[in-house]
Design a protein around this ligand. Structure first.
Ligand SMILES: C[S@@+](CC[C@H](N)C(=O)[O-])C[C@H]1O[C@@H](n2cnc3c(N)ncnc32)[C@H](O)[C@@H]1O
Length: 319
């Protein structure tokens, strides 16, 4: 376990973390560890069963976090203007953690199918777009004259980073500042007009009290049959377990060294958020197309370190 990382190093490692989460090398499920003796023979293993030792370690770490939470008088400051911390993050990192995401094509092929010349009118909205890590790979490959991609982030610095990308072209895409938890959808977007909403490591940055509003906004913007594509942190991921004392804001909700917030979900939590009843109706908002746990063991072969990653990947279709 990476338990020796200093707090300071962890502060800057949040961007490194992001980098790692966002670029797993291969499609989930492709390499299975059947013989424990072979663990250090490859860099990564999929679908890894946790043994008792790892389960106990996870529970002990979370208990330790709960015994030294963020002091109450400091908590409100992190919730007051959360976008400010992301502004600082993008000010420092700009688009340096922008990387080709090979996994995007493998995990979300439906996005790439919209790029073909015959796909017809398609609208994609990347919310919490950061540096545009989904928008730009799609735009660069696009052959569909009727595709339009929106990107929004509540960090104005992130939006500036997107707008300064050489591939940014307002005839094909538009980026703007918007808070996913606000009480209304963006002016730029008509209700029921989107084919896809992409939420990659975004819901985890929200306060749990705002999840309901966020999902209602996404629901309102999608066409019936439109799909949410989501990837985010899973419960007891390495990034959770390695938090030090004084970082827990609430159960499974933490503040990183750079002031950005992060929640670690279970699949059940995500499913119940998206399949909740629509307001004023009996039917659920979304149906589940995919709700997968990606448990990956990343191995540092030279240091003989084992790092257990847990990511969740979901596809929810608007009913
Ligand atoms: C971990 S980063 C992920 C960035 C991007 N999705 C990617 O895949 O590279 C989380 C992003 O969500 C944005 N964010 C967090 N809360 C938000 C909110 N309430 N509304 C809009 N954006 C938000 C942050 O500013 C940040 O850019």
């Amino acid at each position: 376990m990476e338990s020796t990382t200093s707090e300071d190093k962890k502060t800057c490692s949040s961007s490194v973390d992001v980098e790692q989460e966002f670029d797993p090398a291969a499609k989930f499920g492709s390499r299975l560890l059947t013989d424990k003796e072979e663990v250090f023979n490859h860099n990564a293993w999929d679908n890894v069963e946790w043994d008792d030792e790892q389960e106990q370690y996870a529970l002990a770490q979370v208990e330790r976090h709960a015994s030294s939470p963020v002091p109450e008088e400091l908590r409100d400051q992190y919730h007051a203007n959360p976008a400010d911390y992301w502004n600082k993050f993008y000010h420092i990192n700009e688009n340096r953690f922008f990387k080709d995401r090979n996994w995007l094509r493998l995990e979300f092929p439906e996005l790439f199918r919209t790029l073909t010349p015959t796909a017809g009118s398609k609208r994609i909205f990347e919310v919490g777009c950061g540096a545009g890590n989904t928008m730009f790979p799609l735009l660069q490959e696009n052959q569909n004259p009727e595709l339009f991609i929106y990107g929004a982030d509540y960090s104005s610095t992130a939006v500036d980073v997107v707008k300064s990308n050489p591939s940014y072209d307002e005839s094909k895409c538009r980026a703007f500042v918007w808070d996913l938890t606000s009480s209304s959808i963006p002016d730029d977007i008509e209700p029921e007009s989107l084919d896809f909403v992409v939420l990659i490591f975004v819901l985890s940055a929200l306060h749990p009290d705002t999840w309901k509003q966020a999902v209602a906004n996404v629901h309102k913007m999608l066409k019936p049959g439109g799909v949410v594509l989501l990837r985010d942190y899973g419960r007891h991921d390495l990034a959770q377990l390695r938090f030090k004392a004084g970082r827990m804001l609430d159960k499974n909700f933490y503040i990183r060294g750079d002031g950005t917030r992060v929640y670690f979900f279970t699949s059940e939590e995500l499913e119940s958020m998206f399949t909740a009843r629509r307001e004023g109706g009996d039917s659920p908002m979304f149906e589940v197309q995919q709700n997968a746990v990606d448990r990956r063991l990343i191995v540092n072969r030279s240091k003989k370190l084992k790092m257990y990653r847990v990511w969740l990947q979901c596809k929810f279709k608007k009913l």
